[in-house]
Design a protein around this ligand. Structure first.
Ligand code: FPP
Length: 262
């Protein structure tokens, strides 16, 4: 693969493994995934949409395994957006159930694979038992030093940024923060993703080419790879192909080319 691209926002204090091996050349540190196309995959096969989501969980397992094998350190998956509440109640409860089942069945395996689980998104509108499961998953895996799996659940980037702005405003009002200390780093440090480096690569399946309220602040300099396959078809080869495409990109972060320095 190509030379090591520059990565992560300046000034971000990582909360990942300390003393971890340096990243292999061309391998993104952080990959975000918009797992799209479950419904279309199912309906094109005359299956109920929920079957697409169920197969989506299997694809998620393949994706986590592949991310670990490839050496990605952070994997953020968009599993339920703050806009997904507009779906039929039956589909919402299926998605809630799938997350619970995923945590119940896969948490021990993730823990033994040294995976650290982090959840981002609003928890106030989630059920108490789901919140407890999310807390438990984070607590159990807190000290793990392998892949960090960031689950974006009931997540919306606009709300995340608005909440960070509210926190900053409250600190200024309380006199604990000066107005001039409202910086990019200060706001970034109050997002749900505080301590997590910005995504180097964002992958979206299903052929759609948009961000849909996913990591909008953090994706300022992310590379995008849009895959024509639906999420239930995602596998190791799909992730590797996207990473190889990423490695061919010339990331300049608004400057001049990183490859030649000219
Ligand atoms: C988008 O497909 C996918 C989602 C809204 C949910 C993603 C969920 C999973 C992959 C499974 C659940 C995993 C966890 C951890 C809860 P879509 O339904 O929008 O597909 P469509 O655009 O074809 O209708």
């Amino acid at each position: 693969m190509g030379e090591r691209p520059m990565s992560r926002a300046e000034g971000v204090q990582e909360d990942g493994p300390t003393g971890a091996a340096p990243q292999a050349a061309g391998v993104p540190v952080h990959v975000g995934v918009i797992m799209d196309g479950n419904g279309r995959w199912a309906t094109s096969r005359n299956l109920p949409r929920v079957e697409g989501h169920r197969r989506g969980v299997e694809a998620l397992r393949r994706c986590v395994r592949a991310a670990r094998e490839i050496g990605i350190r952070y994997l953020t998956i968009y599993s339920f957006s703050s806009e997904n509440w507009s779906r039929p109640v039956s589909e919402i409860s299926e998605l809630m159930g799938l997350l619970k089942r995923f945590l119940r069945h896969d948490l021990a395996e993730l823990h033994s694979a040294n995976v650290k689980v982090r959840i981002i998104g609003e928890r106030t509108s989630l059920s108490r038992d789901l919140c407890l499961m999310l807390d438990e998953a984070e607590a159990l895996t807190r000290d793990n030093t392998g892949l960090t799996l960031v689950v974006a659940f009931n997540y919306g980037s606009r709300q995340e940024i608005a909440s960070a702005a509210q926190r900053l405003a409250a600190e200024v009002a309380a006199g604990t923060l000066k107005l001039e200390d409202i910086t990019i780093e200060a706001l970034g440090g109050r997002l749900d993703t505080a301590g997590i480096p910005d995504p180097d690569l964002i992958i979206r399946t299903s052929g759609e080419q948009r961000l849909s309220n996913f990591l909008m602040w953090q994706a300022a300099y992310s590379e995008f790879v849009f895959l024509p396959i639906h999420w239930p078809e995602f596998d190791h080869a799909a992730l590797l192909g996207a990473v190889q495409e990423y490695a061919r990109r010339d990331r300049r972060f608004g400057g001049l080319t990183a490859r030649t320095g000219s």
